[in-house]
Design a protein around this ligand. Sequence first.
Ligand code: SAH
Length: 234
Amino acid sequence: MKIAIMGAMPEEVAPILEKLGDYKTIEYANNKFYETTYKGVELVIAYSKIGKVFSTLTATTMIQHFGADVLLFSGVAGAISPTLKVGDLIVATKLAQHDLDITAFGHPYGFVPEGSVFVEADKRMIELSKEVAKEMGKVVQEGIIATGDQFVANEERKNWIGATFNADALEMEGGSVAVVCNALNVPFFILRAISDAADMDASFSFDTFLETSAIESAEFVLKMVDKLLEKSEN
Ligand code: SAH
């Protein structure tokens, strides 16, 4: 088994690399990939840069070039659901692209022909995350994540995304990573810690809480790796 751990920004993968200590850096496709062996399993780690295009490229590269057969995403997100506060964790049950719009042709938001509005995340990994949450004594909310190439700092847009996709959180990479993993048959897990409420204070909140929320998410994802290893031994 080779596990990919992905983030979008340096701050999201730094806590993971710090924890792992020793790794090899490989430059490929205008990006850096970090490879290491952890408890006998190979890991490839990278941050993609922000947005759907870069995250598509990185997820595809981790699978097709580096041979990852499971992918875990760790990062931060804006909250839609009022039950999600800064630092809280959300696991995606399914993901959509909120900025994909060919509604002029009568299609729903987030849909293109031969695609689907939502991509479902791997159910087994969500189950494992419940065990991890229990062991860590953490609350992890499950919910729908909406992705788009836009930092949402606007109550009206946030509410529209919430209403249209029944989404609980929004960010800029999960939906595209989901499309890649689904197409390539790679089980994936998307975890986000809340950095802001996607409202008019979002950029300030984001800058204040990026690092601490990224650490929350990274610590949980590393425990997910432990859990995957524990289960593959049985
Ligand atoms: N401050 C950064 C830009 C951050 S963009 C810079 O100047 O370089 C926001 C990143 O965090 C994206 O990777 C996205 O996935 C996530 N995110 C957190 N809050 C968000 C929000 N309110 N809207 C969209 N993405 C958000």
